[in-house]
Design a protein around this ligand. Sequence first.
Ligand SMILES: Nc1ncnc2c1ncn2[C@@H]1O[C@H](COP(=O)(O)OP(=O)(O)OP(=O)(O)O)[C@@H](O)[C@H]1O
Ligand SMILES: [Mg+2]
Length: 317
Amino acid sequence: MTLSEGDNLKSGKYTILEKLPKEEGEGGYGVVYKARDNYLNDRDNSLNDIVAIKSLKKEEVTPQKYKDNLERFKREKDTLKKLQSPGHPNIVKYYEYFEENEIHYLVIEFLDGNNLSKLLEEKGKLKYQLAFDYIYQIGLGLKYVHGKNLVHRDVHPKNIMIVKTKVKNKQKTRAVLIDFGNVKYRELITSLHISIPHYTHHKQRDGDFDPKFDVYSLAACLYYTLTNEDPTRSEERERRRSRKETDLPPIKTHNKKIKKNVQKAVYKGMPLEPEKIPSMKDWLNLLPKPLPWRWQQLTKVAQATVKNLNRFLRHML
Ligand SMILES: Nc1ncnc2c1ncn2[C@@H]1O[C@H](COP(=O)(O)OP(=O)(O)OP(=O)(O)O)[C@@H](O)[C@H]1O
Ligand SMILES: [Mg+2]
């Protein structure tokens, strides 16, 4: 059952505003809605009463598939709950979970923006400072996830949301990781659903608990963001390598502005040999620092220069 604009859930607590468009070919296991939380009083009209509600599709699937999907959906809820204390700005916030008329719903923070895939469809490849900024933020979110003994296992451009927010009247961009249905807990055997192969190393297996595969996927997202091309699947890369061919087209082929050291940093995150994939912390250290950090440094340099100039002038006069 699909809900329509104006429909209510939880005895009027939530009102559906719209169904978020599903992209063609997306095999999603549910429908995502934008809704209003009527219990919140949004005096400043800042979108604070707007939520996203993910629902689980019951029709068009076999009972067995529904059972698997429900298990995945509940795991997503449990994971998001675990990630709330203390929470992280680059991980989507969890609000609540409920069942109504035999449909399961997951209420989360509404992210007012586009996923990375849509953003690139509209804008083409991103400037490298922006690309690094977004990927760096997701890297920080994943570091937090790994610290909680969890691996995301489904990092790809459609699961990264880019949101513009106002902080103290300044426009800032926040990159947020979503879709925790494929997550792996260290202590729990969880099956792996087939993710987008361009972004998943083929050696990532069901029983594996290896946070490094998230690094591979995130580096693959950076490759995509800089080139607007999906990176070659790891299995195909292996075949090409055995034929002594270039396994991954250099970023420069698609983006002439990219310097060699930048390309090197991207490639360091996605080696074919799993044992060579660095930890998230080590890989992030190889990347140029994100924009806010650069601005802070520039401001510090500018302040120091003005101070020195003042001192110099005082001395001269
Ligand atoms: N909190 C949110 N705020 C705004 N949009 C969202 C939110 N969560 C998801 N979306 C949108 O819905 C799409 C699908 O979301 P998500 O990946 O969580 O669902 P899914 O059913 O697991 O889909 P799939 O299996 O196709 O990945 C996202 O790519 C994004 O465009
Ligand atoms: Mg998804």
